[in-house]
Structure formats: structure tokens, C-alpha cells
Ligand binder design. Sequence first.
Ligand code: ATR
Length: 285
Amino acid sequence: MSTAVRISGKTKLYGVIGHPVTHTLSPQLHNTGFNALGLEAAYLPFPVHPEQLQPAVRGLVALGVCGFNLTVPHKSAILPLLDEVSLIAQRIGAVNTVRSDDGKLLGTNTDALGFLRSLAPLDLELRGLRVGVLGAGGSARALLAGLSESGAARIFVCNRTPERAEALVSSLQQFAQETEMVAVSLSELESQPLALLVNTTTVGMDGVSVPADLERFREIRNVVDIIYRPPQTPLLAQAQRLSIPHLNGLGMLLHQGMEAFSFWTGKLAPEAEMRAALNSALQAD
Ligand code: ATR
């Protein structure tokens, strides 16, 4: 899949701001999307130190950049620099996508919707069901904001540091109309029949450790690990051994990017091409 970009005086510029940004797959993802639709646009990584965020954003606006993504550590720090922030990004307290409309900066967060869209291969109707979430960091927050709109009956949040799970649940419960959120211990989580268990912790990125032992659970019908490096974490390997349908985080990465692409261009993102770009970028990793 070629990500070659055409550059002219009319090229629209996009990018990602992070620190570090050396491992980002977003340039391959978006440049492939622009190419596939014949858009004259280019997407670049911008390494920006935390204390340089404000001048960097001012500079991007001054240069006429049309939109950008934010990654660690800027997702919350960007909030006061924006003119408008979508409701979902306000709830999550973090922005991963910004569009510049004639210099007016509109921020949103595509992680929650990206996660929900990524569940499609599981053919899972969450309405009325129970979901378990491992972890209570930034990713868990985005997922919970999305899951609370899925109509799930109860979401159980389990974290190594229980106070963080409790704080997360109490700050998001007010927005969840049909869903009850509860902070639980690992043994309480294991005793629940779960339609879905999602790992949002970083445990498993090393290819060795597991955040939970699936065999100890009463019932788990589906497992998602939002980690995509490695593509199969030990948790997902265990799900496979136990014949539990499972997904890694590649779909979430793809769909959050597709939502950002549409937010910027107003066009439906080319899924097949963007998925292939991610797969080949990961293989080349
Ligand atoms: P992210 O933005 O990717 O969610 P984060 O905010 O740093 O990253 O959160 C990382 C999550 O992984 C947290 O839930 C963290 O648990 P703590 O809140 O107790 O720190 C979890 N985590 C990281 N290392 C862990 C480990 N070795 N065992 C269990 N949980 C771990």
C-alpha cells in the first residue's frame, strides 16, 4: 500500500502532536486514506514537548494546518487551547482530534466511538448485558464513556489501584442513563457472568504478563484487549485456547482514525485501504 503524497500549493496539511511520536501509525493510516480518495492532503508527525504545546498549536493555526490528532501527553492539556469541545470529549476530559475551521479550533474525541465500532466483528448487542473493564486510566475513561451509551446494564471496573476505579466510576455515572457502573475487586469481577471483558491496562504489552486469568471467571462470552502491539497478547492467546471470541486493539485504532478522517474531510473514510495500511505498517515494525 503506497502512502506517497502529492504536494503542491493547494495541499491540505494534517498531523499528530505527541511526545514521543516516533511509534505512531497515524501518518500511514491517514496518508493512505487521502490517497485512496484522491485528496490532495498530507499528514505528518510533530514531536512537541509538553511545555511547547501552546506555541506549537498557535504555529499550526498560523500555518493554516487543517486538523491534527493529539496523543500522549497532550490529550487533556489541549482543552484550554480550544474554542469548542464536543460533549463526548468533555465527558472523557480528553481530546484526540482537532479541526481548524478558519483558525477556530474544534476538539473531539473519537476513541469512544472508535471502540464501539471496532466491536462489530463480535456481533455483540450489549443492551442489557454485563461488561467488565480492566484498568482505570485514560483509555478506560474513553471506553466507559462509549460503553455507557451502548445500553449495557452494568459495567464493572477493576483496577490495580482501586481508588482510581472508584473515582472514574463516580465521575462518569452521572452521564450513564441506562447503565450502572461499579468499581469492583478482581474476585468480584471473576464472579460475574460477562458478555464482554475489555483489557485497557498496559499489562500484556511485554508479550508475557496477563491482567487476569480467564479460567477463573464464571462466564466470559467475548474478550477485547485494546493492545495491538503485540497483536496477540497472552490474554488473547488464553481466550483463543478457551475458544472465547476475541479482538485486539487494531480495530479501535483503525476506527478512531476513520472517525477523525471523517471529522476533517466530511467524507467516509476508506476502511479497506486504511486497514491494509495499518497491517502493513505493523508488519514492518
Ligand atoms: P492509558 O491512558 O493507556 O489508559 P494510563 O492512564 O497510564 O494509560 O493507565 C494505565 C492502566 O494500566 C491503569 O489502569 C494502571 O493501573 P493503576 O491505575 O493501578 O496504575 C494499569 N496498569 C499498568 N501497569 C499495571 C500492572 N503492572 N498491573 C496492573 N495494572 C497495571
